[in-house]
Design a protein around this ligand. Structure first.
Ligand SMILES: Cc1ncc(COP(=O)(O)O)c(C=O)c1O
Ligand SMILES: N[C@@H](CCOP(=O)(O)O)C(=O)O
Length: 410
C-alpha cells in the first residue's frame, strides 16, 4: 500500500480507465487491468487469464421502477456472465497464475496439483483455469448437492472429481486435511490470492460509475470470502484516494443456511456453525463458513447489514427479476430478496444508488427455474410461474390462446 500511495488517486483512475477495452496482454482482463492492485510482481508471461471481469453493470430500470416503489438507481453487477459462469473466475485467474509461476523455473516448486472443496462454482473455475495452464486440478464435491451444469464443468475440463457423501462443510474439512499432507495447493477462498482477484469487481463498479461511490452493495454470502473481497476493493480505493467513502454492504444469506445472519442478530456475540439445510441457492448451502471473521470486519467497517431470504422469497425475487429481462441465479435471488425487504422497511431509499451483485449465470441453475415454472415445488405458490401453453397446431386454437393472453391489448 505504501508503494501504491506514492501516486495520487487520479493517477490510478486514469491508468485503469486507459486500459478499458485494450487487447494488450494481460490488460484486457478486468482483473489484470488492475494488476498493480492485485499481484504487482508477477511476470505477464506467467498469467493464466481467460479474459475474466469487465462484466456488465446492468441498469435494472424496470425492476426498480415497477417493483421497488420507484427506485431509479438500481443496478445489477453481472459477475456471473463470465468464462465459467460465476464470479469465481475473478479470483481463480490470480490463484492459478501464481501457482503457474511457482511451478515454473526458476522457482520450480513441486506443486502436484491444485485442489478445492466446492458447491460447484469454485470447482468449475479451478478446473477451467488449470486446464488452460496444464496443471492438474482436484475437486471435492458434495454428492447430489450441486447442479448438473456445475458437475459437468470439471468433468469436461479433465479435473479429478471426487463426489463425496457429505455436505460442503465436510468436503472443506477433508480438503484442508489432504492439502496439509500432499503437495496440493489449496484453492478455496481461505487463500487470499482468490480475494485479491475478486476485489476487482468492487473497483470495476466504481469505475463503471465514473468513480462515484454507490450507497449500497448487496452480496449473497456462503463461505464469506466475497463480502470481504468487496470490502477490500472499496477500502483500497478509499485509502489510495480514488474515491472518498465506502458504500454500505449488505450480506444476504438463504434462511436455510444462515450462520452469519444468526451471528449478526446476536449482536456479533455468538457464532454458531450449523448443518446447512438444502436450498435452491445450493452454492451457498454452507454452515461453517471459513471466512466468517473477515466478513465481520467488512460489515463492521461499512456499517453493514446481514439479511436472510426464505426459499419462496428468493425464488420469487429471482423470477421477478427474470420477468424484467434478467436470467438470474437463485443466489442473486437471495440478494434481490434482501433488497425487497430493506426497501419495504425503508432502510434503502427510493433514490439510493444500489448495486445487487449477481454471482452466477442463471443457466447453471436451470432445474430450479424449471421446477418453479412447472409449479412443482412443495408449499410454494410460485406466483411468477409462466408455464408454456400446450396448443393444438391449428390456426383457430392458436388464435384463441393469443386473444385470451392479449385481452385488452389487441
Ligand atoms: C453463485 C454463488 N453465489 C454466492 C456465493 C457466496 O460467495 P462466498 O462463498 O464468497 O460468500 C457462492 C459461493 O459460495 C456462489 O457460488
Ligand atoms: N460457492 C463456493 C463455495 C466455496 O467457496 P470458496 O470461495 O471458499 O471457494 C463454490 O462454488 O464452491
Amino acid at each position: 500500500m505504501a508503494a501504491l500511495a506514492r501516486h495520487p488517486g487520479s493517477y490510478w483512475r486514469d491508468l485503469f480507465d486507459s486500459r478499458v477495452g485494450r487487447t494488450v496482454w494481460p490488460y484486457g482482463s478486468g482483473v489484470w487491468s488492475k494488476k498493480e492492485f492485485v499481484l504487482p510482481g508477477i511476470d505477464p508471461d506467467h498469467i493464466v487469464s481467460l479474459f475474466e471481469g469487465n462484466s456488465n453493470l446492468f441498469w435494472a430500470e424496470r425492476l426498480g421502477r415497477d417493483h421497488l416503489a420507484g427506485m431509479k438507481d438500481l443496478w445489477v453487477k453481472h459477475c456471473g456472465i463470465s468464462h465459467t459462469g460465476s464470479f469465481k473466475d475473478l479470483g481463480m485467474t490470480v490463484l492459478v497464475s501464481q501457482v503457474n509461476r511457482l511451478r515454473r523455473a526458476p522457482l520450480s516448486r513441486p506443486i502436484a496439483g491444485v485442489g478445492c472443496a466446492s458447491t460447484g462454482d469454485t470447482s468449475a473455475a479451478l478446473s477451467a483455469y488449470c486446464a488452460a495452464a496444464g496443471i492438474p486440478a482436484i475437486v471435492f464435491l458434495p454428492a447430489n448437492r450441486i447442479s448438473l451444469e456445475q458437475l459437468i464443468q470439471p468433468i469436461a475440463n479433465g479435473a479429478t472429481v471426487l463426489s463425496l457423501d457429505t455436505d460442503f462443510d465436510g468436503c472443506m474439512r477433508l480438503i484442508r486435511e489432504v492439502t496439509a499432507e500432499l503437495p496440493i495447493y489449496l484453492a478455496n477462498s481461505l487463500n487470499s490470492l482468490r480475494l485479491e482477484g475478486q476485489k476487482t469487481a468492487a473497483i470495476e463498479i466504481l469505475q463503471q460509475f465514473d468513480w462515484e461511490v454507490p450507497d449500497w452493495v448487496i452480496v449473497p454470502g456462503g463461505n464469506l470470502g466475497n463480502i470481504y473481497a468487496f470490502y477490500k476493493g472499496f477500502e483500497m480505493c478509499r485509502v489510495l484516494g480514488l474515491v472518498d467513502r465506502l458504500p454500505r454492504l449488505v450480506c444476504a444469506q438463504a434462511a436455510n443456511a444462515n450462520p452469519l445472519y444468526r451471528y449478526y442478530k446476536s449482536g456479533w456475540t455468538q457464532f454458531q456453525p450449523q448443518v446447512a439445510e438444502p436450498t435452491f441457492a445450493s452454492a451457498i448451502q454452507i454452515g461453517d463458513p471459513v471466512s466468517v471473521d473477515r466478513a465481520v470486519v467488512a460489515l463492521k467497517a461499512t456499517n453493514g447489514i446481514v439479511a436472510e431470504a426464505t426459499e419462496e422469497e428468493l425464488m420469487n425475487a429471482m423470477s421477478l427479476a427474470d420477468r424484467t429481462g434478467m436470467f438470474a441465479c437463485p443466489h442473486t435471488g437471495v440478494a434481490l430478496a434482501a433488497l425487497f425487504k430493506l426497501r419495504e422497511e425503508g432502510t434503502i431509499g427510493a433514490n439510493d444508488r444500489t448495486v445487487v451483485v449477481s454471482t452466477a449465470h442463471g443457466l447453471k441453475f436451470s432445474q430450479s427455474k424449471i421446477d418453479y415454472h412447472d409449479q412443482k415445488i412443495e408449499d410454494m405458490a410460485c406466483k411468477y410461474a409462466n408455464p408454456p401453453v400446450s396448443v393444438k397446431a391449428d390456426f383457430g386454437a392458436v388464435m384463441d390462446v393469443l386473444k385470451k393472453r392479449l385481452k385488452g391489448k389487441l
